[in-house]
Design a binder for this molecule. Structure first.
Ligand SMILES: [Zn+2]
Length: 58
């Protein structure tokens, strides 16, 4: 099995057009810094992204 690399960052775009880089393994809910919308939330050790993911930032 392929193990997911740790320390990966994901760039996401909020509905308000704000682009934000978030940690790939969220320990808590991540909200947009501009409008407060929920972008991602932890789900069983992984991160469930609510916002559109744009790219992985290594
Ligand atoms: Zn926003």
């Amino acid at each position: 099995m392929i193990q997911e690399p740790k320390g990966k960052f994901i760039k996401v775009r909020c509905n308000c057009k704000n682009e934000q880089v978030v940690f790939g393994k969220a320990a808590s809910e991540i909200h947009c810094l501009v409008c407060g919308e929920l972008l991602a939330k932890p789900s069983g050790g992984k991160t469930k992204f609510v916002a559109r993911t744009l790219e992985v930032v290594e």
